[in-house]
Ligand binder design. Sequence first.
Ligand SMILES: Nc1nc2c(ncn2[C@@H]2O[C@H](COP(=O)(O)OP(=O)(O)O)[C@@H](O)[C@H]2O)c(=O)[nH]1
Ligand SMILES: [Mg+2]
Length: 298
Amino acid sequence: MDPEIILGLAATGIVLSGFGIWAFSKKRAKKPALSQEAQAVEKTLLKADLGAQVTESLLSNDKSAEAIKEEVQAVLDASLRWHDKKGVLGLESKDTPTVILFIGVNGVGKTTSIGKMAALLKREGKRVLLGAGDTFRAAAGEQLEIWAERTQSEFVFKPNADPASVLFDAVAKAKEEQIDFVLCDTAGRLHTKDNLMSELKKVYKVLGKALPGAPHEVFLVLDGTTGQNALTQAKEFMAAAPITGIVLTKLDGTAKGGIVVAIAKELQIPVRFVGVGERAEDLKPFDAKEFTEALFEG
Ligand SMILES: Nc1nc2c(ncn2[C@@H]2O[C@H](COP(=O)(O)OP(=O)(O)O)[C@@H](O)[C@H]2O)c(=O)[nH]1
Ligand SMILES: [Mg+2]
């Protein structure tokens, strides 16, 4: 290249980067410095995985820590408000069975959450059937079967069968035997993401054929330790099925799962249950106040 052109390009680069720094510092200068209290809140919220965007919007207008806390709880409550809670655990539909579909990426805790939810429902005196719609991994059916035995739930599984057909049979059996709830497991991993999403769309449609109005709930299971990627997962799964709630797992460790505030704010999806361990009794209905308190504990 001509040395003059190189010089010219270099000069342009210097001017442009100089402009960038100027523009950045101008933007920075416009932002008022955060008070010490606000700085502490900012640190806590970022550590709790609320994400930079939500944290910044919460901190605007120089609000007190208490006001910010109230706003976070209001966001979580608002996402729950449109959900018309019914019957036992806010889960019962007017149809029998009530069908709940669990979706989410691999390893987030779908199968375990189904087992734990079966335990919750059994404690309420409900009859439960677990449908093994994860036919992708051989061990997945066995894992769910163990939960069926442990919770004395009915179980439907067909090795090597199409997930939609297994879940169709599960609903048919529940209808016939007047079982109150069908909890449907699904695979979190297929060869490609497109593959997974089109399978879920099919499962959703087939459940509606097995029982008009089903599935009554679509629960997206999210791993509380995931952070920002959970928002991406929510957006992707929303395209496959209308999510009615989130089951947020693995809150028994240090993770706070604050990303659900961004999900409630941006996508209006409420958290419905939280997982706090691997035992049958480790699933709890979501409590916005308690959750918000924990976020601010730092
Ligand atoms: N500590 C903890 N572990 C969990 C929780 N929920 C699920 N797990 C564990 O996470 C792992 C993956 O769970 P699994 O249900 O198989 O996930 P799936 O692939 O989504 O079905 C298992 O080892 C579970 O025991 C939870 O709330 N707390
Ligand atoms: Mg599973």
